[in-house]
Design a protein around this ligand. Structure first.
Ligand code: DC
Length: 232
């Protein structure tokens, strides 16, 4: 069967990654988490003094360092999902913590960095058969994607899901209020930044998953995939 590229965009912690991963697994596609790339760059900035004391980014230093930053994804046979590697080191756990979450928005707003990430993301998807999730996939990375999905849910529901996830991972310190505030801050930042702000592509289909579970959202995505393939 001819392969397509699938763009999944949406607000932070909306469950779009879960849906994109599950869908890719179900239909035998490669899953690419573009947010993990911005998170890995953020971690690199933290480790290499590229973040100023006032939390702004030293952009000229980042530009100098950019050619030395190698981000790859490798399938983790235990989870069946790809882990993120930064210069050869598995950073999957570190990039999901609160520290990276709090600094990733300003990093992901840098124009020259976005250009480079988009170039790499397009290169990874040349052969099609990719499900990629992020903020600008349907608008910038795959403007011609055959299927574009835009996922949303209320900030409170997203904060509750995120806190449950952190607790499962053993984080007992981060509070619900802290997570909710971070989600609202990132929504605002992602939607109002100058470079590729988060917006729904005109031809994307919206899914508000506030009141459906993971299985139901996967079934919805599978149906959308088969509808698209049938029309081709
Ligand atoms: O999807 P996520 O929460 O892991 O993404 C982390 C941050 O990266 C988020 O604040 C927005 C940014 N991002 C982006 O600007 N463009 C993308 N394609 C993916 C993520």
């Amino acid at each position: 069967m001819e392969k397509i590229n699938i763009a999944v965009d949406g607000v932070s912690s909306s469950g779009k990654s879960t849906m994109a991963k599950d869908l890719a697994k179900e239909i035998g596609y490669i899953y690419i988490d573009s947010g993990a790339m911005y998170r890995a760059i953020t971690l690199y900035c933290m480790q290499n003094n590229i973040i100023n004391p006032d939390k702004t980014i030293n952009e000229s230093k980042l530009k100098e360092h950019l050619p030395n930053i190698d981000i790859r994804f490798k399938l983790n046979p235990e989870t069946g999902r790809p882990d993120t590697y930064l210069n050869g080191k598995n950073v999957e756990k570190e990039i999901r913590g609160m520290e990276v979450s709090q600094l990733v928005s300003p990093v992901s707003a840098i124009g020259f960095l976005r250009k480079e990430m988009v170039k790499q993301q397009q290169k990874m998807s040349l052969n099609k058969g990719v499900v990629m999730d992020g903020r600008d996939i349907g608008t910038v990375v795959f403007p011609d994607a055959e299927l574009k999905i835009f996922v949303s849910a209320s900030p409170e529901i997203r904060a509750k899901r995120r806190i449950d996830e952190l607790r499962m991972k053993g984080d007992t310190k981060t509070s619900y209020e802290e997570v909710l505030e971070n989600i609202k801050y990132r929504d605002h930042h992602d939607q109002n930044r100058k470079e590729s702000p988060l917006r729904k592509a005109d031809d994307a289909i919206t899914l508000d998953n506030s009141n459906i579970n993971i299985e139901q959202q996967l079934q919805w995505a599978i149906d959308m995939y088969y509808n698209t393939i049938r029309k081709k």
